[in-house]
Design a protein around this ligand. Structure first.
Ligand code: 2BA
Length: 109
């Protein structure tokens, strides 16, 4: 068995949850926050048998899109009175960041 952890964008999370239901793949969705953008994202934890890992990864890949987001930054201008001018910085956020881990035990009580 493997534990798949997939950090995805909130916009794709309902579609992915529905894909998992249709495919009979059990998953838990957590609300998470990206360390860099400090914006909300979604993390799915999915316990699957080894022979379904590839199928699960393919579902994630086909459902989750990468998108551009804008981060507000500031630059210093010598001539400006306050010295700080906000400007947008474009960041490409991936469709999914996925970790696959071995599972030592699985118990349901
Ligand atoms: P965030 O940490 O909010 O990062 C959002 C996007 O910002 C990243 O997209 C990347 O394009 C950019 N970014 C992140 N750190 C950066 C840095 N130090 N300098 C410049 N740009 C930076 P993704 O790489 O697709 O990551 C999307 C989300 O996946 C991340 O949100 C984070 O929540 C998670 N993630 C990515 N890599 C991870 C890792 N190695 N471990 C744990 N979570 C990770």
């Amino acid at each position: 068995m493997k534990l798949i952890m997939a950090v995805i964008q909130d916009k794709d999370s309902n579609r992915l949850a529905n894909e998992f239901i249709d495919a009979n793949i059990r998953a838990t969705k957590l609300s998470s926050t990206g360390g860099f953008l400090k914006a909300g994202n979604s993390t799915f934890i999915i316990g699957v048998e080894d022979n379904r890992v590839q199928e699960t990864l393919e579902l994630i890949k086909k459902t989750c899109q990468s998108r551009k987001q804008y981060l507000s930054s500031t630059m210093s201008l010598d001539m400006s009175l306050d010295g700080q001018v906000p400007y947008p910085v474009e960041v490409e956020v991936g469709g999914a960041t996925v970790f696959v881990l071995p599972v030592e035990g699985f118990h349901q009580y």
